[in-house]
Design a protein around this ligand. Structure first.
Ligand code: UDP
Length: 241
């Protein structure tokens, strides 16, 4: 399928990619490598909004499974996403890329609050806007945050950079015969419960006609390849079966 014409994209990175080869937390050297990929994408002329998860540090569900209050654990997860956003900001600034972090949980000493018009202005000025703390409410994920910001900021696509190179019909880590889709519809993702993003995020993208491009961010140069239509990826759209 032909790729949508893209001027502005939202790039969602799972927190786990910031770990590099570690089992937990942030590997600054690897974050710098990711920042180089983001910088290269920006240099193609795109306006970029970024959302980074927090799973490398804390997930609310994991806390709840160990007996914590779910909402409290989710707030901890949101704080983890702010830490990741600051790490990415630092790496991008090291490369001379101007950025602003806007958090859905207000913390004035650290970053800006989410203000859409202000974010628009940052993008106009060539800055990358990193949206932290998801939607700012428990019981959501940063996938939903990414879908919300993509809609709010009129992004042409949501690019989900993760550890796998697309959407499969079964878990490729467990099933050697798992088949990767080139394109797949929002409806099939939701009906078959395919592992792309959580259902509320997929539904928000469907309702706002935002294609989701799922690809591996771990391979060097892959983001640029995906953007030029040459990468390995799955596109979730209503133009697929
Ligand atoms: N979180 C939340 N509301 C949001 C976004 C995130 O409560 O709007 C919490 C939730 O606990 C989640 C954690 O932050 O598990 C980290 O985000 P996520 O799991 O989406 O990170 P990723 O899997 O992308 O690394």
């Amino acid at each position: 399928m032909t790729l949508p014409k893209m001027n502005r994209v939202l790039l969602k990175l799972s927190g786990e990619v910031l770990m590099g080869t570690n089992q937990f937390g942030i590997d600054p050297a690897f974050v710098l490598e990711l920042a180089k990929e983001v910088k290269a994408a920006k240099e193609t002329g795109l306006e970029i909004c970024l959302v980074i998860g927090g799973g490398n540090i804390f997930r609310g569900m994991a806390g709840a499974a160990q007996g914590m209050d779910r909402a409290q654990a989710d707030y901890m997860g949101m704080l983890a996403t702010v830490m990741n956003a600051l790490a990415m900001q630092s790496a991008l600034e090291q490369l001379g890329v101007e950025t602003r972090v806007q958090s859905a949980v207000q913390m004035d000493q650290v970053c800006e609050p989410v203000i859409r018009r202000r974010a628009e202005r940052h993008l106009e000025k060539g800055r990358i806007v990193i949206f932290a703390a998801g939607v700012g409410a428990p019981y959501f994920t940063t996938d939903s945050g990414a879908a919300l910001r993509a809609a709010e900021m009129n992004c042409d696509a949501l690019l989900k950079g993760t550890s796998v190179d697309g959407v499969y019909d079964s878990d490729p880590k467990k099933d050697a015969g798992a088949k990767r889709y080139d394109t797949v519809s929002y409806g099939k993702v939701l009906a078959d419960n395919l592992k792309v993003m959580d259902a509320s995020a997929v539904a928000l993208c469907r309702d706002n006609d935002i294609p989701i491009m799922v690809f591996s961010i771990r391979e060097k140069g892959n983001l640029a390849r995906v953007l030029s239509g040459e990468g390995v990826q799955t596109i979730v759209t209503d133009q697929a079966a």
